[in-house]
Design a protein around this ligand. Structure first.
Ligand code: TMP
Length: 218
């Protein structure tokens, strides 16, 4: 139906354990069924170099670097992701579904840290690395951090390399970043859709499909 029309860039955002990756996969399956070519990707780690950066960013001691260093590395990952994967896919007319994008840096490195970083630095990095480009739609999966962190720790128990650097920051950090996300969504209601993620997978998937079909007239 929509195959061949201009690709859309949809991002999934939320705290730990909000179900973004599962919901992204389910939306991708739906789009594929509709004949819409799409790419599933994530930040950090959507490219080969990005995977190396991911290891540095999400494993190890939480205090091994500060929020400014983190922001620079997340933006390096983002720039590579855009130039090697996101922009080429959109240019081919495919849709791109990304598990996290620039809103994550504002939520984690700015709001999470109780504003210990200058917000202008993030705006400047955005301008340099991303320019005027932005997501066509951002789906924020909102969940109390107590629930999300529990899910996330359970998932990590089966991993050989534990990606728990940010999980280990404690509830205040995660509560701050949740509130930050909600503020960002309020400031840009035309781009964000906020969904309560404290429900079962199939129900949430139906809500997301409804949002996407209505938004893009599928
Ligand atoms: P994930 O667990 O959703 O794959 O994300 C990896 C971790 O990186 C997660 O704890 C959130 C964090 N993160 C940031 O702190 N800033 C960012 O800009 C991005 C993209 C992720």
């Amino acid at each position: 139906m929509m195959a061949g029309t201009k690709g859309k860039f949809i991002t999934f955002e939320g705290g730990e354990g909000s179900g973004k990756s599962t919901q992204l996969r389910l939306l991708s399956d739906y789009l594929t069924k509709m004949g819409i070519g799409n790419v599933q990707t994530k930040e950090p780690g959507g490219t080969d170099v990005g995977l190396e950066l991911r290891r540095v960013l999400v494993t190890g001691d939480k205090d091994k670097m500060d929020a400014v260093a983190e922001a620079l590395l997340y933006y390096a990952d983002r720039r590579i992701h855009l130039t090697q994967k996101i922009w080429p896919a959109l240019a081919r007319g495919e849709w791109v579904l990304s598990d996290r994008f620039a809103d994550s840096t504002v939520a984690y490195q700015y709001y999470g840290y109780e504003h210990k970083i200058d917000r202008r630095l993030l705006d400047d990095l955005y301008a340099v690395a991303v320019g005027d480009f932005k997501p066509d739609l951002t789906i924020l999966l909102d969940l109390p951090p107590e629930i999300g962190l529990k899910r996330s720790l359970k998932k990590a128990s089966g991993m050989s390399v534990k990606e728990l650097r940010h999980e280990s920051r404690g509830l205040v950090f995660h509560d701050n970043l949740r509130k930050g996300y909600l503020k960002m969504a309020k400031a840009e209601p035309e781009r964000f859709v906020v969904l309560n993620a404290d429900k079962n997978m199939a129900e949430l998937n139906e809500e997301i499909i409804k949002v996407v079909t209505e938004r893009f007239g599928l």
